[in-house]
Ligand binder design. Structure first.
Ligand code: ADP
Length: 576
């Protein structure tokens, strides 16, 4: 952790070297210093005042010794002595204001470091420590500048042919969405669309980078009508010691404090011997809705689908959708004459929405012969339930249902988490259990599971909208071993993740999956990569819950957020 204000002192060769060659993120901070207000360079001013102090002190000591010898009263002072006293006081004030304050700051900062969420000793690289908010505020944004310059250069160089296409898109003669297929060049299509958007809106989007992204990789899979990409920082929390393995967990977030806090939770878990997890269930669901002439007819299909005697036939039809899709069961619900059929199937390493939807379509086509009066209203009737808070996911599960637990030792609770077992247990009961009950929560019996879920989802190419049900979590804390140690668990019934398909195949996201050792399909045991990823998500949530609850119990939350989450940048300057 960099000690704030030390750069002002600028003493010692290492410090001087840092000043001569400041690292890029501190260059701006190094440019503006308190010493800049002085007429001389800081080092020379320090030297002058140090010399003045030493000379004044030596002179006064000599004079006082002479006076004592000659029995002259000490308070009788001449002009030279008065000047020496003045020089001594002035130099003392100067030196104290620099070295003294820096010294006090270094003590304060080092005690701050003790309370830091950034705990590198568990193996997390020290480089993971974020710069202080001041450094962040003053840091130049080389990437943004580069992106902006590159975009400007690209626009300047736009060939005449492209100029004509831009004009046609602006005039509405060419639909923007056909650019990729017409041009056969995804980067060029994005550049032309971007320029058209700029001209239509009159808005400068230079801050949104265009180059440095493989637009072909998202075509027909991840995003339509691209004009650029948003940059998100990825931090690493860990190692997360889970089921005997060490994971370095990538988290994409712009919430200061989050990675640091999760990192602290990882340290507490690792120092207590690690966490363990169990996957209770693994199945993606899709629930079409069909209307019948009468409720009786709807009930007949319900009975057919739920009859175990028909399961083999149904699964044979369903499983044709993919070699990885395996029907697990159908649960039905009715609303009048409408029937909601919740199909559940395993999907290998895919999150599985496409797979399960194809299987469901196969079954609906098959059923139409025996139930010709069935009117399929929608392949999704919201009983699935996808990307919406729903009790059915909370109770029945969706995707991977995972429980992750750890025993945190008394001394770790004290040393790393800076609180005690009793306070943590009490806080969890009153906040996460009673408080959430008072709020009428649905699956929200936790402190901030969605924070960790969403950050890992974005980093690893999951569908971030599925954080809704994937963040369902009940956090339980209990004292064990005569109240000395803490048992903590998170139960998450609907973590929806995959390691193939969707955004997982994009370069950055795939690199993050690789870091966790779960990239792509697991050929030996299809589905194990996705299940392992789900346990890492739950483990990350366990760490996040532990750390945030501790911060709350110790009353540290606001302090930490002010440290990592509040830039000192003057936001009024950011206004147009
Ligand atoms: P989703 O169903 O999550 O939307 P997709 O159906 O788009 O995912 O992607 C899954 C694709 O990946 C399918 O075509 C499937 O055949 C293929 N695949 C290859 N290996 C695996 C695996 N181990 N598990 C699941 N799918 C796999």
């Amino acid at each position: 952790m960099e000690v704030r204000g030390r750069g002002v002192v600028g003493q010692g060769s290492a410090a001087a070297a840092r000043h001569r060659h400041p690292p890029p993120h501190r260059a701006a901070a190094a440019r503006v210093q308190a010493g800049d207000a002085l007429p001389l360079p800081l080092r020379h001013t320090n030297l002058i005042f140090s010399a003045l102090f030493a000379a004044s002190l030596a002179y006064l000591m000599r004079r006082w010794r002479e006076k004592i010898r000659s029995s002259t009263p000490l308070h009788v002072v001449g002009l030279a002595e008065m000047l020496a006293i003045f020089g001594l006081i002035a130099s003392l004030i100067y030196l104290l204001s620099f070295f003294g304050i820096a010294f006090v700051q270094s003590i304060v900062s080092s005690s701050d470091d003790d309370e830091d969420f950034l705990v590198g000793s568990s193996g997390a690289p020290a480089a993971a420590a974020p710069p202080s908010s001041r450094q962040q505020a003053q840091a130049p944004a080389p990437c943004a500048l580069l992106g902006s310059t590159a975009a400007a250069a690209a626009l300047e160089k736009m060939p005449e042919e492209d100029e004509e296409i831009v004009a046609s898109v602006v005039a509405g003669k060419i639909p923007s969405y056909v650019l990729e297929t017409r041009l056969g060049d995804c980067r060029r299509a994005a550049g032309i669309r971007r320029e058209a958007v700029r001209r239509i809106t009159g808005r400068d989007i230079d801050g949104l980078p265009l180059d440095g992204f493989d637009y072909a990789s998202i075509l027909g899979q991840c995003c339509e009508l691209p004009v650029g990409y948003v940059q998100l920082p990825v931090g690493i929390a860990g190692p997360l010691l889970l089921d005997g393995q060490r994971f370095y967990v990538p988290m994409a977030t712009t919430e200061g404090c989050l990675v640091a806090s999760t990192n602290r939770g990882c340290k507490a878990i690792a120092e207590s011997g690690g966490a363990t997890s169990v996957v209770l269930r693994d199945g993606m669901t899709r629930a079409p809705v069909a209307r019948f002439p009468t409720a009786r007819r709807a009930a007949e299909l319900k009975a057919f689908l739920e009859d175990p005697a028909n399961f083999d036939t149904l699964s044979m039809v369903f499983n044709r959708s993919s070699r990885f899709a395996r029907l697990q069961g159908v649960r039905c619900a009715m609303a009048g004459r409408n029937l909601y059929m919740r199909f559940s199937c395993s999907t290998g390493d895919a999150m599985g929405m496409n797979m399960v939807s194809k299987g469901v379509q196969n079954v609906l086509d098959f059923l139409q012969d025996d139930f010709p009066d069935m009117d399929v209203i929608s392949i999704s009737g919201n009983f699935c339930s996808d990307k919406k808070p729903a009790a059915v996911n909370w109770i029945e599960g969706r995707g991977k249902s995972v429980v992750c637990e750890a025993v945190i030792k008394e001394e770790v609770v004290k040393k790393v988490l800076k609180t005690n077992v009793q306070s943590l247990v009490e806080l969890n009961t009153i906040k996460n259990l009673a408080g959430s009950a008072i709020a009428g929560a649905l699956g929200g019996f936790n402190a901030h599971a969605s924070n960790i879920v969403t950050a890992i989802f974005i980093a690893t190419g999951q569908d971030p909208a599925q954080n809704v049900e994937s963040s369902h979590c009940i956090t339980m804390l209990e004292p064990i071993n005569d109240g000395k140690d803490l048992h903590i668990s998170v139960t998450m019934p609907s973590i929806e993740v995959g390691t193939v398909g969707g955004g997982t195949q994009l370069a950055s996201q795939s690199a993050c999956l690789d870091l966790l050792g779960v990239k792509g399909a697991n050929r030996d045991s299809p589905g194990s990569n996705a299940r392992l990823l789900a346990t890492v998500v739950a483990g990350g949530v366990l760490a996040g819950e532990l750390s945030l609850l501790s911060a709350l119990a110790a009353g540290q939350l606001v302090k930490s957020h002010m440290k990592y989450n509040r830039s000192s940048k003057d936001m009024s300057k950011a206004l147009p």
